[in-house]
Write a new protein. Structure first.
Length: 227
């Protein structure tokens, strides 16, 4: 029996909102549209950069055609890469907790709706890429969270075998993360770092953590309850 744990990225492992906000406001300014403020953009996150772009322009009164959205999404991603993720940082105690999980035998993966390339670059810049056995961004397979197929794809890459009794847990801050875990039939933990605990509890996860260092204990409780 092996132990697998998948993490979302934005809002779960990292606070990357300021870089996303800078890139989006740069794009909006190029089209003579007023900027977003942080809490506006935060509410738009969780479904990948194309949906973020669509929502940002809609918030400024611009409905985009499919062709325009595709073009603007490419533009946004180029501006986002150009930030070099300078303002992106790990939440408190994230690295030490991930290293503890790894030392305790957990096989760690990433399942994010953000494109794979920036996911990999951010993990590398933050010095934790060596802890991840798979990085499955929103472009890694044909489906994204909340479709459980996204998690299935990531876990398949690292040898998860449900029939063999392997354990798998999804950790995230968004309904998409919890719903994807439910869809695939694995346990789910919600984190409340960029959202309040009440909202996180309402996601319907098996547990909610408000400090990253408490994650291992939350996982162990879930495993014991399921036994």
């Amino acid at each position: 029996m092996a132990k697998f744990i998948l993490f979302d990225l934005d809002g779960t492992l990292i606070d990357g909102v300021d870089d996303l906000l800078f890139a989006m406001n740069d794009l909006l300014a190029a089209h003579n549209l007023p900027p977003l403020i942080r809490h506006e953009l935060e509410a738009m996150l969780g479904d990948g950069t194309k949906m973020l772009t669509m929502r940002a322009f809609a918030a400024r009164g611009v409905e985009l055609s499919a062709a325009s959205l595709d073009k603007l999404n490419i533009d946004f991603n180029q501006r986002y890469v150009a930030t070099k993720y300078a303002q992106t940082h790990l939440f408190a105690n994230t690295e030490t907790t991930l290293r503890k999980l790894s030392s305790d035998g957990w096989i760690i993966g990433l399942a994010s709706n953000k494109p794979t390339a920036p996911c990999e670059r951010i993990l590398d810049l933050l010095g934790i890429s060596n802890l991840f056995s798979v990085v499955a961004g929103g472009d890694a397979t044909s489906v994204k969270k909340p479709d459980g197929g996204h998690l299935r794809f990531a876990l398949d890459q690292i040898g998860y075998d449900r029939v063999n009794g392997d354990i798998a847990v999804m950790v995230g801050d968004h309904a998409n993360d919890i719903n994807a875990a439910r869809d695939f039939g694995i346990s789910a933990i919600a984190v409340a770092f960029e959202v309040d605990a009440t909202r996180a509890k309402n996601l319907g996860a098996d547990a909610v953590v408000t400090a990253f260092e408490t994650l291992p204990d939350a996982i162990e409780k879930i495993i014991k309850q399921a036994a």
